[in-house]
Ligand binder design. Sequence first.
Ligand code: AMP
Ligand code: ZN
Length: 107
Amino acid sequence: MDCIFCKIVNKEAPSEIIYEDAEAVIFKDIHPKAPVHFLVVPKQHIVSVASDGSERIIGNLIRVVKKIALEKKVGDYKLVFNVGEEAGQTVPHLHLHFLAGGSELKI
Ligand code: AMP
Ligand code: ZN
């Protein structure tokens, strides 16, 4: 399957992975929109929040985010899911944006 995030998960494409476990990886966004911008990505290919069965996977992504925020001592952060092209989803593999950087985060 020609999915860039599956390729990153399988180490077939380069990325700066900062965390990995059996179910998820976190890597730096290639075009950061905040001083800290990570993508939290399930290893399983699933298109988006709207996909059947996404709830368990999303719960796990949140668990991983909380762990990394504690480890990296990031107290305040923004989490974003883009769901569908019209909402700005460009990569059809579920991912959670983790953004941090204080005052630069206002939308
Ligand atoms: P979205 O617009 O919600 O689908 O977000 C996709 C994000 O993936 C964007 O912020 C891109 O900058 C990022 N992105 C796309 N390709 C790569 C890549 N090869 N490595 C890291 N981040 C990427
Ligand atoms: Zn994929």
